[in-house]
Design a protein around this ligand. Structure first.
Ligand code: ADP
Length: 403
């Protein structure tokens, strides 16, 4: 059975076709610059060269049509007809407080996505466009929506409530939602599989460290707290996002630099984080290289990041009443031994001890999973590459089987 995974952005549509018998990727690609200048489809069938197909693509429906045409193309294609796609799994950002698991797409689900446009202004409208495009192009194919916020819906009120007047939480739905839920869920499930044990009785901290970074406290397989909040701006310092700062800095800077709310938002989302501190790059590879050459600000940015990861691990050990496992994932978590080492350094009192040799082996681009804790570490430390597309595909098949 083949499942098509769709991740629609405002001007892009990423896809993967997964064969579910052996969970292999048949093809993947991205339609870029939809509705703007020079739209192009970049498509790659597994084992073949990438092809680039420039075409005048005005909207997501046309993009979706092109994707299907390419998947069944005699030369670049991997299937014979659209009927070979059993279902579509959509990645959706924000399900608000109503969606706590993956769901079959129907009018009610689409309304929830719409209701949350304000909470996910960059993603939810685009995600809905992707769904509607698929409905038009493949009207008889069942569809599933998998939400980035869903896994975090098990957080207790004390973890998700902000200390603002309660009426405003109710009126404007201002609370912690958390993001990267599909990734945190995938790596925690994968950990239990690797350990061949049930989730019950475990206290795990999952660290999704990429361009955007978040950490989750996963107790008995359920999320009880996470570092991102109402938006993906809260928590760790990130590539170009400031993460948690004293809220008074916001009003102070708006006054001093005469910034509008929109300008302040750009400042915090695009100009801050390790990019802002280092003045060099948001990419950790560039920062590592610069720090090695003696650049103090690059070193400071890296130190701030690992220090923040360490603080969250400690905080979540407190929140869960202990710690059994730490998992590192995403671009930085999977590829950067230095950050993993520094984040764990000083946590020996919690039973966290990294094996330097094992840690150094899981380095840039190797894409492997493995344990990196020392023999005498009480806490198991793991690197597990994330696979959000596969998680979406598995959820899709599970729901399809219930139809
Ligand atoms: P996102 O999906 O949030 O855009 P990623 O999970 O791809 O981000 O992470 C990107 C970050 O991972 C960058 O800061 C990059 O420096 C870091 N990184 C380190 N090594 C690699 C690598 N081999 N491949 C990709 N990203 C890497």
């Amino acid at each position: 059975m083949n499942v098509l995974i769709v991740n629609a952005g405002s001007s892009s549509l990423k896809y993967q076709l997964i064969e579910m018998e052996d969970e292999s990727v048949l093809a993947k690609g991205n339609v870029e610059r939809i509705g703007i200048e020079d739209p192009i489809l970049k498509h790659q069938a597994t084992g073949k060269d990438e092809v680039e197909i420039p075409e005048d693509i005005k909207n997501h429906t046309q993009a979706m049509k092109l994707v299907i045409d390419t998947l069944i193309h005699p030369e670049y294609g991997v299937i014979n007809s659209m009927d070979e796609i059993a279902a579509v799994g959509h990645r959706v950002l924000h399900g608000g407080a109503k969606i706590f698991e993956s769901v079959i797409v129907d009018e009610k689900v689409k309304n929830v996505i719409r209701e949350n446009f304000e909470l996910g202004p960059l993603h939810n409208p685009a995600n809905l466009m992707g769904i509607e495009a698929c409905e038009e192009v493949m009207p008889n194919t069942p569809m599933v929506a998998v939400f980035d916020t869903a896994f975090h819906q098990t957080m207790p009120a004390e973890a998700y409530t902000y200390a603002i007047p309660y009426e405003d939480y109710k009126k404007y739905s201002i609370r912690r939602y958390g993001f990267h839920g599909t990734s945190h869920r995938y790596v925690s499930k994968r950990l239990f599989k690797l350990l061949n044990r049930p989730a019950e009785g475990t206290k795990v901290v999952t660290c999704h460290l990429g361009n955007g970074s978040s950490i989750a406290a996963v107790k008995d397989g359920k999320c009880i707290d996470t570092s991102m909040g109402l938006t993906p701006l809260e928590g760790l310092p990130m590539g170009s996002r400031c993460g948690s700062i004293d809220p008074a800095i916001v009003t102070c800077l708006m006054e001093k630099k005469n910034l509008s709310p929109e300008e302040m938002s750009i400042y915090m989302n695009k100009k801050s984080g390790v990019l802002g501190v280092s003045g060099i790059s948001s990419d950790f590879r560039d920062l590592e290289a610069a720090a090695e050459e003696g650049n103090e600000r690059a070193k400071l940015a890296l130190d701030m990041f690992s220090y923040s990861v360490k603080k969250y691990i400690g905080a979540y050990a407190a929140a869960m009443g202990g710690l059994d496992y730490i998992v590192f994932t995403a671009g930085i978590g999977e590829n950067t031994p230095l950050i993993r080492e520094h984040a764990c350094k000083g946590l020996e009192y919690l039973g966290v001890k990294i094996d330097r040799k094992k840690n150094d082996k899981i380095t840039s681009g190797c894409g492997v999973e493995g344990e990196i804790s020392a023999k005498d570490s009480r806490v198991g430390i793991y690197v597990i590459p994330t696979n959000e597309e596969l998680m979406i595909a598995r959820d899709t098949v599970e729901l399809l089987n219930l139809l």
